[in-house]
Write a protein that binds this ligand. Structure first.
Ligand code: AP5
Length: 209
């Protein structure tokens, strides 16, 4: 299965991609996580990407396309993958179509105010990228990752003003991909409000349809 998850910031792409990865037995490829690790390690890519990410803008296409191509050529992605956060522009979608065939695109959608609440309450594990929410999806021990015990952090771009900018960026640059994939008969739309497990079941049903 080669799957794309589309959706605005906080729609739950990362949360659902984790569950789908376990269910389908293919890796989750999150361009946001790869970029954040590059920023944390201060690589050349991380240095170039940081200011775009911190201000809620997209990292330039050429950098993200090259990075994703490298990742999809790794052995574990041969059997399939779940793309979380890529493509985000028509140029990225075109580059991806030259690289590989995609089976399905799931578009998660949710009201803007709910997106703000989800992003501003998010906590993440900097080691294994597990995502939590202080109220709606809390860790078992406050402030610590359930899987590895690492102290959870707040993402630099989860300040409310940056979240609003990220939603605006999504509407302008990424939302046109909904029509792009609908026109190609690849789109499945899933309402992303409700319990995490309910949305997962909706997604599975949408993929079977
Ligand atoms: P990225 O990391 O991809 O961020 P994003 O798209 O803004 O998405 P998020 O990670 O914020 O949200 P999500 O939909 O994954 O939701 P999550 O599951 O975490 O990108 C970050 C930045 O990197 C971009 O702004 C850009 O600068 C750059 N970048 C990345 N890819 C790029 C590309 N292709 N091109 C150019 N630049 C790129 O859930 C959110 C919260 O809600 C969590 O706290 C979670 O626990 C909670 N939650 C989830 N589901 C539910 C539920 N059902 N009920 C209650 N709470 C829930």
């Amino acid at each position: 299965m080669r799957l794309i998850l589309l959706g605005p910031p906080g729609a739950g792409k990362g949360t659902q991609a984790e569950k789908l990865s376990a269910y389908l037995g293919v890796p989750r490829v999150s361009t946001g996580d790869i970029l954040r690790h590059n920023v944390a390690e201060n690589t050349d890519l991380g240095k170039k990407a940081k200011s775009f990410m911190d201000s809620g803008k997209l990292v330039p296409d050429d950098l993200v396309i090259a990075m994703t191509e490298r990742r999809l050529k790794e052995p574990d992605a041969k059997k399939g993958f779940i793309l979380d956060g890529f493509p985000r522009t028509i140029a990225q979608a075109e580059a991806l179509s030259k690289l590989t065939k995609i089976d399905s695109v799931v578009s998660l959608f949710l009201e803007p105010e709910e997106l703000i609440k989800r992003n501003t309450g998010r906590r993440v594990c900097p080691k294994d990228d597990t995502v939590y929410h202080i109220f709606m999806n809390p860790p078992k021990r406050p402030g610590l990752c359930d899987k590895c015990g690492t102290s959870l952090i707040i993402r630099a771009d989860d300040k409310e003003e940056v979240v609003r900018k990220r939603i605006e960026t999504y509407e302008k640059q990424t939302a046109p991909l909904i029509k792009y994939y609908r026109d190609r008969g690849m789109l499945r739309e899933v309402y992303a409000s409700g319990l995490i497990e309910e949305i997962f079941q909706r997604t599975i049903e949408a993929l079977k349809a």
